[in-house]
Ligand binder design. Structure first.
Ligand SMILES: [Zn+2]
Length: 206
């Protein structure tokens, strides 16, 4: 019996954790903080699965960036399709973790649902998590539901988010179709930028 695929994945994961060690450690810190917010004593390390996916994608993005520098275009074929698919899965999975954490945590001022503290308090962890959740949602909804966020005009048809490829950074990117993006005013935001946004937005404030 050959273990080609599991051996390859083992190697991939190990190398990615080393190459992206700082990022991986930041995800660990975030994982701990979100777990505490959810008061989830039974599953303290569930998010590390998403952290692994993020560091693997960052390595792929770095290699795509290098390939573009060398060859003048992205590397196509199976690796690209897998990168696109994994990028989408990372977005979905990260969104679900933040959605669950919002629902299982408590606002410092008693706010619930989609409402924020009034006036907005940057020191409220639950509302910081809600901000990130909403930011991710504006990219997730077109991909997951085939309709723009907050729009009911596509019940009998399909709307498809425009996917782009960030040639400078080697990352997949999506067009924002919903909540106003808080990441500058860019129309297209890359997966890498969303990942940086998640890490910056929470590790700085929680
Ligand atoms: Zn709050």
């Amino acid at each position: 019996m050959s273990y080609y695929f599991t051996d390859a994945l083992e190697s991939l994961t190990s190398v990615a954790r080393v190459q992206q060690q700082q990022v991986f450690e930041r995800w660990m810190e975030l994982d701990t903080q979100l777990t505490e917010l959810r008061r989830d004593r039974e599953r303290p390390s569930s998010f590390r699965l998403d952290a692994h996916l993020d560091v693997i994608l960052r390595c792929i993005e770095d290699e795509q960036s290098g390939f573009i520098s060398d060859q003048g275009d992205i590397r196509k074929g199976g690796a690209l399709w897998l990168q696109i698919s994994l990028s989408k899965q990372w977005l979905f999975s990260t969104y679900e973790l933040f959605r669950t954490t919002v629902e299982k945590s408590t606002c410092l001022e008693g706010t619930t649902g989609t409402q924020f503290c009034q006036p907005k308090s940057k020191k409220c962890p639950r509302c910081n998590v809600l901000r990130v959740k909403q930011e991710l949602s504006s990219f997730r909804i077109p991909l997951a539901k085939h309709e723009p966020a907050g729009c009911n005009d596509y019940k009998d048809s399909n709307f498809h988010s425009q996917m782009m490829f960030e040639k400078d950074g080697g990352s997949v990117g999506w067009k924002n179709q919903g909540y106003p993006s808080k990441i500058n005013d860019k129309v297209v935001t890359s997966r890498r930028e969303l990942s940086d946004f998640v890490l910056d937005a929470l590790t700085a404030n929680l």
